[in-house]
Ligand binder design. Sequence first.
Ligand SMILES: C[S@@+](CC[C@H](N)C(=O)[O-])C[C@H]1O[C@@H](n2cnc3c(N)ncnc32)[C@H](O)[C@@H]1O
Length: 283
Amino acid sequence: MDVGEALEEAVFSLIRSGHSNTPQMDAELLLAHAKNSSVTHLLTWPSEKLTLDEEAAFRNYLKRREKKEPIALILGHQDFWSMTLKVNEHTLVPRPDTECLVEWIIHQPLETAVVCDAGTGTGAIALAIAGEKPNWQVFAMEKSTQALAVACENQQLLELPVAFFQGDWLSAVAEDSFDILVSNPPYIPANDKHLADLTYEPRSALVAKKQGLSDIEIIVGQAKNCLKAHGYLVVEHGFDQGYCVQEIFKEAGFSGIETHQDYGKNDRFTVGVNACGDAGLHA
Ligand SMILES: C[S@@+](CC[C@H](N)C(=O)[O-])C[C@H]1O[C@@H](n2cnc3c(N)ncnc32)[C@H](O)[C@@H]1O
């Protein structure tokens, strides 16, 4: 079988499965992965033959994709910001919309800052900030041992200065530690119908009690202590959770509360300023 034939067959089979919105691109990425080559190479040399091992690997990847496994988990990596990050079954696959939080944070006019990414998963947010802001000190924390191992591997591959630590949200963090605290916590309600399409990622990275708001409540409560006066809290949430998250921020005493949208113009993250304490960084 040659590359062109393999691609044609795979595209048909992916369309038949009904589980891919991008069958041509998926087929190309999976075949490039099976051949340890690039999509450009495949498209340039469509009559190149597949070895038996390559064909077997390709068929295996296709079968997985036809069962709705995310392409990133089959490939073992996902692009985020300007980086390629390792991912596996213990991590959330970083989503493009989370880049909007990174963008907001790096546009804050701070010469120096101490930042923490809570629930870092692959390390996506923390590593992106560290790459953009060499003068900032970046910490990242995570509860899952396996996810933390992936984050550390990404950090070593990218050679970016992020200090990772394990913990249950911010329970072990000292008072007045950070200028910016960012988190993309689990926020999907347990009865959300979209969970049926997310069976390959850890439930502990996706689902939260109290209609998806329980982890956000904990983080906002703890953030009051571990943020410096006038420090920023930046929290990702569901498109329909902006109002509730603003209320949680208000009840905890944050000021300057704003909800921002993602690339698709959906409400995606809320920002607040830690109003208590003496005039500090942003006064
Ligand atoms: C939605 S994922 C976000 C991962 C990553 N920040 C990103 O944007 O791709 C939430 C992360 O929070 C972690 N997490 C869940 N409960 C936690 C807790 N109690 N303490 C710390 N991290 C937690 C999960 O393991 C998961 O990695």
